[in-house]
Write a protein that binds this ligand. Structure first.
Ligand SMILES: [Zn+2]
Length: 286
């Protein structure tokens, strides 16, 4: 038994000396506002101030579009977001899995946690790429959308991602999912009318997807970067700018977590907007 205990002790030792606790790596803390804190490794004071400013403008724009200021969804205690910024992609890969129990084969992650649990901390984990805080604006919208537009935690939403750290259960719910909305709105608020990559992606084949098909976008099936982000961006932009009443009707269900009615509504829309969407899209990419 003694040997076994020794063996276990050896196994549980950190595999390399770089596994420093988070407060020894992300040592700088900047409180932007009651809704936003930035914890970082090596951001300059100027970078921290700029990030605070960019995100507060974005937050104001979000509330202006949705009229959601001070009106979070029920049972959501995610009063603020903590942004965690590693100094480089290498530092991110080295530390983030240990610090947040998450994969690092990505460009950063938003971890909503369990918003219904008081004391839960929503975290966005990312890194500096050059002087840019990677995906900062996009991910901040996920926080806002999660708090003000969509009820429940990440696994409660309609999608088919099973990856860690949430490890949402299989099988995934039936289509339609809500990935077109959550990723599309993040792109729309972050980029608004200045999104050259989306224009480029969609221009390759402008009739590739009907709007009704985009409502069935998810992560694993019907996924892929172009469809999720670029086409999702245009689907959301079209809906917000041309079908506002329908968006409001849909948000009533998403905010209440009434997903069967959300799905029924999307199916009720069916193909009714497909022609108008494609015609509109052709004008946007000229
Ligand atoms: Zn996203």
């Amino acid at each position: 038994m003694k040997h076994l205990a020794l063996l276990l002790a050896l196994i549980s030792l950190p595999s390399n000396a770089s596994e420093l606790p988070i407060n020894k790596v992300l040592t700088q803390i900047k409180t932007c506002s009651p809704t936003l804190v930035i914890r970082s490794q090596k951001l300059t004071i100027a970078q921290q101030n700029e990030a605070c400013e960019v995100l507060s403008k974005q937050e104001a724009k979000f509330h202006q579009i949705f009229n959601t200021e001070g009106k979070p969804v029920k049972h959501d205690f995610n009063k603020n977001l903590r942004v965690n910024v590693y100094n480089s992609r290498d530092e991110y890969v080295k530390h983030a899995s240990g610090h947040f129990n998450m994969p690092t084969d990505n460009g950063g992650m938003y971890l909503e946690g369990y918003p219904d649990k008081p004391g839960n901390q929503a975290e966005f984990i990312t890194y500096e790429k050059g002087k840019v805080i990677w995906n900062l604006r996009h991910e901040y919208v996920h926080y806002l959308d999660g708090r003000f537009n969509t009820y429940g935690d990440f696994c409660a939403a309609l999608h088919d991602s099973h990856s860690p750290p949430e490890n949402c259960p299989k099988p995934a719910p039936l289509l339609p999912h809500s990935v077109w909305w959550s990723e599309g709105i993040a792109e729309y608020i972050a980029k608004y009318h200045d999104h050259p990559r989306a224009v480029k992606d969609v221009s390759i084949q402008v009739e590739k997807y009907k709007l009704s098909e985009l409502f069935d976008t998810s992560y694993e099936m019907n996924g892929g970067g172009e469809r999720v982000y670029s086409w999702g961006y245009f689907a959301v932009r079209y809906m917000i700018e041309n079908q506002r009443e329908k968006v409001e009707e849909m948000l009533v269900f998403l905010r209440a977590g009434d997903l069967p009615r959300y799905q029924a509504l999307i199916r009720l829309w069916g193909t009714s907007m497909d022609k108008d969407f494609t015609a509109w899209l052709k004008k946007q990419i000229k």
